[in-house]
Design a protein around this ligand. Structure first.
Ligand SMILES: Nc1nc2c(c(=O)[nH]1)N[C@H]1C(S)=C(S)[C@@H](COP(=O)(O)OP(=O)(O)OC[C@H]3O[C@@H](n4cnc5c(N)ncnc54)[C@H](O)[C@@H]3O)O[C@H]1N2
Ligand code: MOO
Length: 401
C-alpha cells in the first residue's frame, strides 16, 4: 500500500495536458482558460461621468453661482461643444466628458430654471469623473491563464471586448461499471442484484467539474466481457472502472485489462475507503480502477479524479481544498489507513464550524453520503481526539461536488 500523497502525485504527474479550443462567452463559464484574456480596449474607453448632472469647471461652482446650459450629452452621443467659464453641459451617467469640463455637478446640488442652473453646493475638481482606463487599460491581462472561469470572468472578458476565450478541451472520461450484480436505476432488481449507483454519481461529479462523461455498458465479471468493454477507448482521455478491484475470485478488472495491455503503476492505497484503487495506462489511455463500494468511488473521485481533471486542464489551484473545523464528537485513534469520515457541519453563535462524523461509516452507505456536508480527515495513526479539538475537513458546496 502506498500513501495518499504519493498516489496523488503519481496520478497527477502521469496525465498529459489536453489541447485547447476557442469558445464564445456564452460557453465559457466553468471552463479553464488556456490563454490569458487580454483587454482589446481601455475601460472606460474615455473619461465619462459617473452621475447625472452638469459638466462644469469646478472653479465656477461657488454657492449661488449661475451657469448657462449650452447643450446636453446623452450617453452614447459625445458632444463636440466645450465648457467655458460660466457655462455647463447637461450630462448623464456614462456620458463622455466634454472638453473644458473638470467635474460633474450632480443635479441634486443645483436648482434649474429654463437653460440656467444655480449652484447650491460647490464641487471639487475631478469629482464624479471616471477617468479613461480606471477599470483596466488596453493590453492588460484581465483573466489569467489556468483559471476556472466564473460568471465574473465572463463579464470582464466581455467588457474587454473579447467575444471568444481560449479554453482547455473538456476531458472525455469513460466510466465502466463492472459486476454481474449491477442493474441500472429503474430496472427490475432480481435476487442478488444491486442498483448501480456509482456511475451516475460519478458522471454528475465529472460533468460539474467540466468534464464530458461517457457511461459505457456495464461489464460482466468475465474476462471476455471486461476485455471487450475496454477494447475501443482511443477517443477518451481517462478510463474510470468501478468495482472488481479487490482480491476476490471475480475481481478481474486488473487481470482483464492486463490482457488488453494495461501497465499498472500502483495498486492499493493506505486510505479508507478506497484501499484497492489501481492506477495504470492502457496504450495512451490512463486508467483509474476505482473500488466498487460507492462511497469509495466518491471519496477516491474527490481525492484523485478531480485533481486529475485539473491537471489535464492545467488549472492553477491554490491550497489543498481542506479547511479547519472543530470536532463535535470524540473520535478513536486511527490505524495505518488515512480515513475520510462522512460528517455534517454546523456553525455556533461564535461562527465556529463544528464537524460531526456519522457513527456508521460503512463504505456502502449512500444515505449518509448524500446527507453529509464534508469529509473529515483523519491522518494515518492519528491519536484519539476529543470533542472541541481542531480537525481538518474537505467541505462540499464549492461548485464541483
Ligand atoms: N479479503 C479482502 N476483501 C476485501 C478487501 C480486502 O482488502 N481484502 N477490500 C475491501 C474494500 S476496502 C473494498 S472498497 C472492496 C472493493 O472491492 P471491489 O473493488 O472488488 O468491488 P466489488 O467487489 O466489485 O464491489 C464492492 C461492493 O460495491 C458494490 N458495487 C460495485 N459496483 C457498484 C456500482 N457501480 N454501484 C453501486 N455499488 C456497486 C458491489 O455490489 C459490492 O457490494 O473490497 C473489500 N473486500
Ligand atoms: O476501502 Mo473500501 O473502499 O473500505 O470500502
Amino acid at each position: 500500500m502506498i500513501e495518499v500523497s504519493e498516489a496523488l502525485q503519481r496520478i497527477v504527474s502521469a496525465l498529459p495536458v489536453l489541447g485547447t479550443e476557442t469558445v464564445s462567452l456564452l460557453e465559457a463559464c466553468g471552463r479553464i482558460s488556456a490563454a490569458p484574456v487580454v483587454a482589446r480596449l481601455s475601460n472606460p474607453p474615455a473619461d465619462v461621468s459617473s452621475m447625472d448632472g452638469y459638466a462644469v469647471q469646478a472653479a465656477d461652482t461657488t454657492r449661488g453661482a449661475q451657469l448657462d446650459i449650452i447643450g446636453e450629452i446623452p450617453a452614447g452621443h459625445p458632444s463636440d461643444r466645450s465648457v467655458t467659464p460660466g457655462t455647463c453641459l447637461r450630462i448623464f451617467t456614462g456620458s463622455v466628458m466634454p472638453e473644458g469640463a473638470d467635474a460633474v455637478l450632480i443635479q441634486e446640488n443645483t436648482t434649474r430654471e429654463s437653460d440656467r442652473i444655480t449652484v447650491t453646493e460647490p464641487v471639487s475638481q475631478g469629482r464624479f469623473i471616471r477617468p479613461k482606463g480606471l477599470d483596466f487599460a488596453s493590453g492588460q491581462v484581465v483573466v489569467p491563464v489556468g483559471k476556472r472561469l466564473s460568471a465574473r470572468d465572463v463579464g470582464v472578458a466581455a467588457s474587454a471586448n473579447c467575444p471568444w476565450i481560449t479554453v482547455r478541451r473538456r476531458p472525455r472520461v469513460a466510466i465502466l461499471s463492472t459486476g454481474d450484480e449491477i442493474v441500472l436505476p429503474g430496472d427490475a432488481v432480481p435476487a442478488g442484484a444491486i442498483v448501480g449507483s456509482a456511475a451516475f454519481m460519478l458522471a454528475a461529479l465529472l460533468r460539474k467539474a467540466g468534464a464530458e462523461p461517457v457511461i459505457l455498458p456495464v461489464a460482466r465479471d468475465t474476462m471476455d466481457s471486461l476485455t471487450t468493454s475496454t477494447s475501443q477507448l482511443d477517443t477518451v482521455d481517462l478510463l474510470l472502472t468501478i468495482g472488481g478491484a479487490s482480491v476476490g475470485d471475480y475481481d478481474l478488472v486488473k487481470k482483464a485489462l492486463g490482457e488488453s495491455g494495461l501497465v499498472t503503476d500502483f495498486w492499493k492505497i493506505a486510505m479508507r475507503p478506497g484501499k484497492p484503487l489501481m492506477f495504470g495506462r492502457m496504450g495512451r489511455t490512463p486508467v483509474i480502477g476505482l473500488p466498487g463500494n460507492p462511497v469509495a468511488v466518491f471519496v477516491c473521485s474527490t481525492v484523485f479524479v478531480l485533481p486529475a481533471l485539473r491537471a489535464m486542464c492545467a488549472e492553477v489551484v491554490t491550497g489543498d481544498g481542506t479547511e479547519p473545523a472543530r470536532l463535535a464528537s470524540d473520535v478513536s485513534a486511527n490505524d495505518q489507513r488515512f480515513d475520510y469520515l462522512r460528517a455534517t457541519l454546523s456553525r455556533d453563535e461564535d461562527g465556529t464550524l463544528w464537524a460531526t462524523p456519522f457513527s456508521r461509516q460503512d463504505s456502502s452507505m449512500m444515505a449518509p453520503l448524500s446527507a453529509c456536508d464534508a469529509l473529515l480527515l483523519r491522518e494515518r495513526f492519528a491519536p484519539e481526539a476529543k470533542r472541541g479539538e481542531m480537525c481538518r475537513i474537505v467541505r462540499f458546496g464549492g461548485g464541483i461536488d
